[in-house]
Design a protein around this ligand. Structure first.
Ligand SMILES: [Zn+2]
Ligand SMILES: [Zn+2]
Length: 362
């Protein structure tokens, strides 16, 4: 079967035929219908996220269950599923407290391998790793049954795929992590795949003012389409002063960082008012911050958000219900579709801001 494999850092991803073993205990084979092209995968390409190589990338997918291994009870062949990159165990300390996004079993497991410590992908006998449990840049993937989130068969799978990562990460960071209140002011640093979903989450939460900050006018135009009330091009103007002037000189109630740079992590803190919340969603930069502790004076709060504090089995079907109700935009996120062979082009278009979301269809 065909898959997109990263062999070496900062090299193009190789699309080729690889071998796949059938499912073992508790595992499921999914025929992937579509997969979004996410920045996390590109972080693996650059080494910003350290991951064992070679690896089948892809962390945002949906498909149909093709086969189940022994002991599988959560899904059956024919089920339509979103692939969750946290296979929550349901009984660790975090799962039982309602934070399955922080599941200890998933986090303590060796990266790139399934729960038994091995991979199902090989090429000429050499193991190939699975990215983030999902490995959806492939015609088929083997995942733990806990990563298969059943959804209504009426939802188009190409739209559902986006809920596997960017939509959940962005919308649920607003609704679950920050718990944005109606009438509040929200700033979003970065109007890419995550940032646009923060914006539509803020619309759903009833934010009065939604200020998008980016360096590219093309992305700021998309931000307005998704509900930003104000946009700031930070390559032309210092954003913090503008944010102050748009929020009665106080700063915003909430600032979401959706890029993953030191500068924007710090700007998110400087953008909030007293008692405000800065929510860091982007992959943490590998350099120390240059903030003084006093920057948090006035009871400011900083939170990180992992997978939007989502409970995938609850929140993913809920997001699809919002889509069906016309409240959540999914169709509009997909600005370009690709064949798997075009995956490197898809990365380029994501990096230069041409697309809200690129989607690979099988
Ligand atoms: Zn992702
Ligand atoms: Zn758990």
């Amino acid at each position: 079967m065909k898959a997109a494999v990263l062999y070496e850092l900062n090299q193009p991803v190789v699309v080729e035929d690889i071998d796949m073993e059938g499912p073992k205990e508790g595992e499921v084979v999914v025929k992937v219908a579509a997969t979004g092209v996410c920045h996390s995968c590109h972080h693996v390409v650059t080494g910003n996220i350290r991951y064992p190589l070679p690896v089948v990338l892809g962390d945002e997918g949906a498909g149909v269950v093709e086969e189940v291994g022994p002991g599988v009870t959560l899904v059956k062949p024919g089920d339509h599923v979103i692939l969750s990159w946290v296979p929550s165990c349901g009984h660790c300390v975090y799962c039982t407290q309602g934070y399955p996004n922080l599941c200890l079993k998933a986090r303590n497991s060796a990266p790139g391998r399934l729960f038994d410590g091995t991979t199902r992908f090989t090429k000429n006998g050499r193991p190939i790793h699975h990215f983030a449990w999902v490995a959806s840049f492939a015609e088929y993937s083997v995942i733990p049954q806990e990563s298969a989130i059943p959804i209504d068969k009426e939802i188009p799978l190409d739209k559902a795929a986006l809920v596997g990562c960017s939509v959940t990460t962005g919308v649920c960071a607003v609704i679950n992590t920050a718990q944005v209140r109606p009438g509040s002011s929200v700033v979003v640093f970065g109007a890419g795949g995550i940032g646009l979903n923060v914006i539509q989450g803020a619309v759903i939460a009833g934010a009065e003012r939604i200020i998008a900050v980016d360096l590219l006018d093309t992305k700021l135009e998309m931000a307005r389409q998704f509900g930003a009330t104000h946009t700031i091009n930070a390559s032309e103007i210092e954003p913090i002063e503008v944010i102050q002037s748009l929020t009665d000189g106080l700063g915003a109630d909430y600032a979401f960082e959706a890029i993953g740079t030191r500068v924007t992590f710090e700007q998110a803190v400087r953008a909030i008012r007293n008692r405000g919340k800065a929510i860091w969603i982007g992959v943490a930069p590998r350099e120390p911050l240059a903030m003084e502790a006093g920057a948090l004076g006035g009871e400011k709060m900083v939170m990180t958000s992992a997978y939007g504090s989502a409970r995938p089995r609850v929140d993913m079907p809920r997001l699809l219900a919002l889509y069906r109700a016309g409240v959540l935009k999914l169709d509009e996120l997909i600005t370009r579709t690709y064949q798997l062979e075009e995956v490197n082009d898809a990365f380029d278009h994501m990096l230069n801001g041409e697309v809200a979301r690129g989607l690979i269809r099988f």
